[in-house]
Design a protein. Sequence first.
Length: 245
Amino acid sequence: MLEVRNWRVAYGQHMALQGVNLEVASGEVVVILGTNGAGKSTLLKSVAGLVPAQPGSEAKFDNTAITNLTPQAIVEAGIALVPEGRGIFGELTVRENLQLGAFTKRARASETQNLEQVLSLFPKLKERMKQVVQTMSGGEQQMVAIGRALMSNPRLLLLDEPSLGLSPLMTGELFKALEQVRQQSLSILLVEQNAKRSLALADRGYLLENGQIVGQGTSAELSNDPAVQQAYLGGAGRYAASAAS
Ligand code: ATP
């Protein structure tokens, strides 16, 4: 579904990504783990067309080149980004934010159906449709952000640190919702600081350091890798991905 080859992104002289190769298959959930500044957000933003990739970089979605298309064209192709910090409009209501997500041609015909799906995924939003988003809790705002992305009728969701700033309770709810999203056969490429939960959700993962992929494997392989445990799982010893609560 998504294939990224020799992906390079620079901010001036600074190479933020250097020769990244990764894939997401249809229906797969893939996590990218990396420390602060590794280039995780840059990767998602550049795939979504918000930051340009360097010449020679190649991204294909369903075998069609999407490298450096406009952000709107990439949404039309079926890829929706939920950026770090959520990117929602705080002064607008929940309903207005969700409606804005349905501006694409690919989403217009199925707007009502998509809205029903979003509200069944996040029932809390149903009673809050008229609420101004900036008065909502962080977790509720994250639901609006993911809901808005889903309103564009995507086949691949790019999620940048969705649990950032959420309480453990809200994080639990969020990951339950993401589990439901995957059951709707959507693919997810996820960047997360919460390695434990994201490895429990994901099928596979990549390790990103200083703009380069330095490791990859199934979630079970990564969860049992001592280096991953040390760096991302608090060095807590052997951990079974299926046992995460
Ligand atoms: P974090 O987990 O802290 O958000 P990250 O892995 O998402 O980190 P990025 O935000 O992608 O990392 O940043 C990768 C590198 O690129 C960092 O060194 C960062 O300082 C740099 N960088 C990011 N955005 C810009 C920008 N707009 N201009 C210049 N440098 C940038």
